[in-house]
Design a protein around this ligand. Structure first.
Ligand code: ZN
Length: 200
């Protein structure tokens, strides 16, 4: 067994574990998975040890599955004007029986993730905004609810500029709202909107 087989085995198993641990709507590093999966198939079927086929087939299977799931989610995702999304969110957040908590994030692909907690429900929504910038939407809703001087807003902008994506968690506090930042659970790569003067 050569050094290449060891590298392929370690790489395939590492990528497979990574894919299994962080299942979600964001596929993992596709190219890397295809390269290691392909190398594993070649070595396992040909000149290398046959057991390389196991992790290679597993890795390729999980990668394809992740991709199909992500494509289906994206196809089903509503496409909405950002001004309309903002108006609905703010109206809901300002109603007494509306959202008690709102978690906003922009996924690396540009979808706006909106987790909501109501007095009697918990729901996760996602939209693709059309004709606008999803990052501006998150910043504007945060500024409207927690105030333009909220330290979480400054932190969100600073971390994004430094290359780290964040979740903005908005919670009701008395008559107002309070914002906090949390780390994203999947990929922390920030979305780069095309055509936004601020965030492009
Ligand atoms: Zn923007």
């Amino acid at each position: 067994m050569g050094i290449l087989d060891v590298v392929v085995a370690v790489g395939s198993v590492a990528l497979l574990l990574r894919a299994l641990v962080r299942r979600g709507p964001t596929p993992g590093p596709l190219l890397l998975a295809l390269v290691f999966g392909g190398l594993g198939l070649w070595r396992g079927l040909g000149p290398g040890p046959g057991w390389l086929l196991g992790p290679a087939v597993g890795l390729l299977g999980v990668t394809v599955l992740d991709f199909v799931v992500a494509a289906r989610l994206s196809a089903r995702m509503p496409r909405t004007d950002p001004a309309e999304v903002k108006e609905q969110l703010l109206a809901d957040c300002r109603r007494a029986d509306g959202r008690q908590q709102l978690t906003l994030a922009v996924a690396p692909g540009g979808a706006v993730m909106m987790d909501g907690v109501w007095p009697d429900a918990v729901r996760r929504d996602a939209v693709m905004v059309t004709g606008g910038c999803p990052v501006c939407l998150v910043e504007e809703v945060t500024a409207e609810l927690a105030g333009p001087e909220a330290s979480a807003l400054a932190g969100y902008r600073r971390d994004r500029a430094a290359g780290t994506n964040r979740l903005v968690v908005l919670r009701r506090r008395g008559d107002g709202w309070e914002a906090a930042l949390e780390p994203v659970r999947a990929s922390s790569r920030p979305h780069r909107p095309a055509g936004c003067a601020v965030h492009g």
